[in-house]
Design a protein around this ligand. Structure first.
Ligand SMILES: Cc1cc2nc3c(=O)[nH]c(=O)nc-3n(C[C@H](O)[C@H](O)[C@H](O)COP(=O)(O)OP(=O)(O)OC[C@H]3O[C@@H](n4cnc5c(N)ncnc54)[C@H](O)[C@@H]3O)c2cc1C
Length: 296
């Protein structure tokens, strides 16, 4: 199925955008790795109509309202969005979905990269086991995991080659396949060493053919490298349109002030602007189909 819009993020910006898109009749997939920043607020007193609520209550109410409006919600991390001409493919866990437009509602920039990481992406370092695992059949792979879903991906990779697992952040790894070697070392840096990737940890340097880095939240530069950033946030116009056509950013991802009401407002603005573009494209396509064919 091709969704009209993929929203990445399930906080105030994502939920607000989702509600507006559903009201305009669009099909929406909202992928959210976790509850977002709002859920961490002990009490929110500056969001209209929600006095004295905890951030967790408010965030859950927003999510429930989106689900009620028939937004398809997946608790999953999006690893990569690929522009494909008139549509986009997105890698969500081990699944690939297609959509016509994207709203990045991913929250404030998070996730420091390892030194050397960004230079080696696509050259031995990957964020997607499903996409790149086959390149390392019968080879030595490291998985740097930062959340429980990474265990599932490591298990998949262990069906292809030898896997060594490093927990970047402590998490439950009990479900790792028996063939996977788990190290109690913390990854510190990556570098190329001839045809191998050298993974430096707090204890030593180890060599691998490929390194998979699996975190719940990707840096925007990794999620959609085609979109321009400015001062560590997505570069957008007043409607939230990024430098990639049909990709919008809203909320904390689009810059300060980092406030829930501002995020919800930007989600709404981005959704309306994206609707206009999608409707205009559809009208153009229908007009083309209605043109009488020459020579017939
Ligand atoms: C402790 C704390 C207290 C706060 N108190 C207040 C307050 O009182 N009032 C106020 O107005 N604001 C407050 N804020 C700020 C407020 O929470 C944020 O401004 C607001 O949540 C931003 O909304 P957002 O939708 O842009 O991002 P977020 O709510 O952060 O949501 C981001 C979403 O994107 C998802 N995501 C990111 N990357 C990916 C990916 N690759 N794949 C899938 N999902 C992804 C995350 O899982 C999450 O669901 C507080 C923040 C904190 C941390």
């Amino acid at each position: 199925m091709t969704y009209d819009v993929l929203i990445i993020g399930g906080g105030p910006a994502g939920c607000s955008a989702a509600l507006t898109l559903r009201q305009r009749g669009k099909t929406v997939l909202m992928a959210a790795a976790d509850a977002g920043a709002l859920a961490k607020a002990r009490r929110v007193d500056n969001y209209p109509g929600a006095a004295h609520q905890s951030g967790g209550q408010l965030a859950a109410a927003m999510r429930a309202q989106a689900a009620e409006a028939d937004v398809e919600i997946r608790q999953a991390s999006v690893q990569r969005v690929l522009p494909m001409g008139k549509s986009f493919s997105a890698m969500i866990g081990s699944d690939i979905v297609s959509c016509r437009g994207v709203i990045l509602a991913t929250g404030a920039p998070r996730g420091a990269l390892l030194p050397g990481e960004s230079e080696l992406v696509g050259q031995g370092v990957s964020y997607c086991a499903t996409c790149d695992g086959m390149f390392y059949k019968g080879k030595d792979m490291a998985v740097i995991g930062a959340f429980p879903e990474a265990v599932e991906e490591a298990n998949f990779l262990s069906t292809l080659g030898r896997v060594t697992y490093f927990a970047e952040i402590p998490h439950d790894t009990a479900a790792l396949n028996a063939s996977i070697v788990q190290m109690s070392e913390t990854p510190k840096a990556l570098a190329r060493q001839e045809d191998k990737i050298a993974l430096q940890t707090d204890k030593q340097t180890r060599l691998f053919d490929g390194v998979f880095i699996l975190r719940p939240v990707m840096a925007l530069s990794q999620l959609l490298p085609e979109a321009e950033e400015e001062n560590g946030r997505m570069k957008t116009d007043a409607q939230g349109q990024t430098s990639v056509p049909l990709v919008f950013a809203a909320g904390d991802a689009a810059g300060p002030p980092y406030q829930a009401a501002k995020a919800a407002g930007e989600g709404n603005i981005a959704a309306l602007a994206l609707c206009r573009l999608l409707d205009a494209e559809k009208a153009k396509e229908s007009a083309k189909e209605e043109l009488p064919h020459e020579n017939t």
